[in-house]
Structures are given as C-alpha cells and as structure tokens.
Ligand binder design. Structure first.
Ligand code: SPV
Ligand code: MG
Length: 434
C-alpha cells in the first residue's frame, strides 16, 4: 500500500515554492492537501484574496495532489488524527514564525503513529510576503478593495483599522508592520476616514462643516497610493435624501463601509458626551435613514453600519440594546457601540447582551477612551472591528508644534534636527522622488 502524505496550504497566491513542496511530497506517497478554510486563515491573520472554492479549483488540478480536504482550524491536529498520515510535508520557513506552535503540535501528533515531519527548503526568492508586496505596488481595483472588508470580517479575525487623514498617513496604514511578543507579524487591515481628524487637518471643527465633496477628494488622494479597505465616518449621514447621494459617492470610489451615528441637529464630537448639547435621533427616523441607504446602494459588498450613541449620551444600556436590534432589523450590516469611559465594562456588557441574541452581525468599537483593551481581548469578547480613530493626527501634531517652537526659541533649526526625519529618509520615502 502506498504511503500517505499531508500538506497544509492556503494557496492564495500559488507560486514555485508551493509547487516544489507538493512535488517533494508526491515523491513520498499519495498527497492529501488540507486546504485552510477562510476561518482557519483568519486564525493566522492571513486572509486570502480568493475564497475557498476558487483556491480549491487551482489545487485539485495539480497532478501531485490526490485529494483535498478542508482544514477548519489553523491547527493541523484534527485532520492529522483523522488521516494518520505517514508524512507531513512543510516548508522549513515555519520554524521561526508564530506558526512554531503548530509545528510542535504536528511533531507531537505524528509520534503516536510513527509518522514523520519532512521540511522542504523553502525558496527565499519567492514567498508570499514578497509577492504580496509586489501586488501592492500594482495597486487594486475599486471592487476588490471594497469587498475586502467583508472578506476580512468573515474570516473571524479582529479587523484592525487605523485612522488616516491624508495620503501620507494612508501610507502608514498600508505599510506599518510589527512583531508581537508571541512572534506574530502584524499589520493594519484597513483605514478609517475620521470626521474628527479630516476636519481638524483642514482646520475646521468636527460639526459636519467639511462637505462630502471635500472629504471624497481626500479619499481619492488616499486611494491613489494604498490598497487596503476604508471605513468612512459619515457623522449623522445628514438628511436621508442627502445620505442616499453620499452612499452612491462612497461606493463609486471604492469605500467598503459607511458608519452613521444616531444623532440629529448640529452634530458635536461624541467624546464631549453631555458636556455639549447633543440630540439622539428617534429610532424610527434613524431606521428610515438606514433603509434608504440600503435601497440605493448598487453593490452587494458595501456596508452600512449603525453607530449607537446611547452610552455616550447616558441614555442607558437598555436603550443601546433596543436600538442595536432595531437598526439590524432595518438592514444595518453592522453596529458600532461607542463609549467615552476609560473602563470597558459598559462595552463588554453591551457586546455580551447583543451576542446572546445575535451571533453574527459585526460589532465595531472605537477604543479611544477604553484603550487598555487589546485586540485579542476584543476578539474573545465577540467584537469584529477595532478602529484606532485619531491616533495618526494626534501623534503628528505635538511633534510638529515642538519643532516649530524650537526653531523660534533658538532662532535656528539645529536643535530641532534630532526630532525630525532625516533628509535622506524623506527623499527615499516615496518611490520615484529621485
Ligand atoms: C471620529 O473619529 O470622528 C469619530 C470617532 O467619530 S469619535 O471621535 O470617538 O467620536
Ligand atoms: Mg466622527
């Protein structure tokens, strides 16, 4: 009887490295590919562009592969215990990444039936990260950018969104990466066009004074140099008749989601709470606005997310929950619950109560005040999207102000130099400057 071999793949961007692994695996026996489902890739924070069925079509036509089965989790354990293969074949690149724990599990599982892990030299010239980098340089179509947010949410990972207020901050959301304490490579999944920072960067108050045309111009500049999806803060959405036009404009440029808040009259920033006069809309009016927006949207992917201001305006948890269900009933594709308390208790209570009845509607949070909560904790809670809503602008301003003051104080820029990016760095920051 021929031996059995298990290879786990995402196979979004199939390249020579994958083919080499499958070729080596097929020399050992009959190859079963455990193709990671969208949920499983979400656990790895590596959400593919192609869905499961499309990835499967490509793999099942490779002569090295005998059968394909879904791998439902990032861990191989369930599939390995079912198949008890003689070999597991993997690229040797996973030893020093956050996949190390899955490698350890594989080695442990194989011991029970004397299976063997074979690690194939993984090409350094061609790998997913490099190919993704190259693809980013090519840009993205409007529809691919737009649908990406839903794909990310459906993967089950917490979607991390960073505020952007111009093309340069867009580049930071696009390119910033870091490694966490558990060796996970992380980057932002998308961008937030904040009414607060878009207004502030234009020197205007956050009272819906910057019109939609000016805001969409900013989006166009950001979209010219980025590929990630964007969520747009449309304040109250304005009058229902005007909101319908906003939805169409946003869809046309490739925005993935709009968030509207259930306030009415002259809007003030939520972080003021009841320190300023703010009025909450009636449930009936707001539901009508949501329904009208959903009726005029052209694509299936565009999302209208309803933002609940009950906790901000101290109208109580019951009101927040009642509104959330009413807005979902009216067609909202998600709810955003806002709070300006440092303690996340009311957010946790809202999420628990909502999730007890509704397991799937995406929940969005903006943890400007309750900033001690990590993305892992939000995931455990049942939150889907976390928006860091103003940090790029807030980080930039003190730096600029302190350099401006230093130049005045010292009558020259010498002392300010260490606080500035090097001239060489700025000349090299944007490709094509040379
Ligand atoms: C914004 O970023 O403009 C928001 C979030 O609406 S908040 O400022 O917290 O209200
Ligand atoms: Mg706002």
């Amino acid at each position: 009887m021929s031996k059995t071999v298990y290879v786990s793949l995402i196979a979004d961007l199939l390249h020579a490295g994958h083919v080499n692994i499958l070729k080596e695996a097929s020399k050992l026996g009959d190859v079963t590919v455990g193709l990671l489902t969208q949920k499983a890739t979400g656990e790895l924070n590596d959400v593919p562009y192609l869905d499961y069925e499309h990835r499967k079509i490509v793999i099942e036509n490779l002569s090295f592969v005998s059968q394909i089965i879904p791998q439902e989790t990032a861990s191989y354990k369930d599939n390995l215990e079912k198949l008890k293969p003689n070999y597991v074949v993997h690229g040797n690149d996973w030893k020093n990444t956050n996949q190390r724990k899955y490698r350890d599990e594989v080695i442990e599982a194989l011991k029970s039936w004397n299976g063997e892990l074979i690690e194939v030299d993984y090409s350094n010239d061609i790998n997913n990260l490099k190919i993704k980098d190259e693809m980013t340089k090519l840009g993205i179509t409007t529809t691919a950018r737009q649908s990406r947010l839903r794909t990310l949410i459906n993967s089950g990972q917490v979607v991390k969104i960073l505020e952007v207020h111009n093309a340069l901050s867009g580049l930071i959301a696009e390119n910033a990466t870091s490694t966490t304490s558990d060796d996970e490579q992380v980057s932002f999944d998308g961008m937030w066009s904040s009414s607060l920072t878009d207004s502030t960067s234009k020197g205007k108050p956050d009272i819906e004074a910057v019109d939609t045309t000016a805001r969409v111009n900013s989006l166009n500049e950001i979209f010219e140099v980025t590929t990630k999806p964007l969520i747009y803060d449309a304040d109250t959405g304005g009058k229902t008749e005007h909101f319908e036009f906003t939805v169409k404009s946003l869809e046309r440029v490739g925005v993935s989601a709009v968030i509207i808040e259930d306030k009415t009259g002259l809007k003030k920033n939520s972080l003021f709470g009841n320190d300023v006069k703010q009025t909450q809309d009636s449930i009936e009016n707001f539901c009508h606005k949501i329904k009208s927006g959903k009726t005029v949207q052209v694509t299936n992917d565009f999302m209208i997310i309803a933002r609940i201001e009950s906790l901000i305006l101290e109208a109580g948890m019951d009101d927040a929950i009642k509104r959330a269900f009413a807005y979902v009933e009216a067609g909202a594709d998600g709810v955003m619950i806002h709070s300006r308390l440092k303690d996340p208790a009311e957010i946790t209570e809202f999420v628990n109560t909502f999730r007890a009845k509704d397991k799937h509607t995406p929940i969005v949070v903006v943890p400007t005040s309750f900033n001690s909560v990590t993305t892992d904790e939000f995931k455990t809670m049942g939150v889907n999207v976390v928006i860091y809503a103003n940090h790029m602008l807030r980080a930039a301003y003190p730096g600029m102000m302190s350099v401006a003051k230093s130049i005045l104080q010292h009558k020259r820029s010498l002392e300010a130099e260490p606080d500035c990016m090097k001239i060489k760095e700025i000349l090299e920051l944007i490709p094509g400057t040379k």
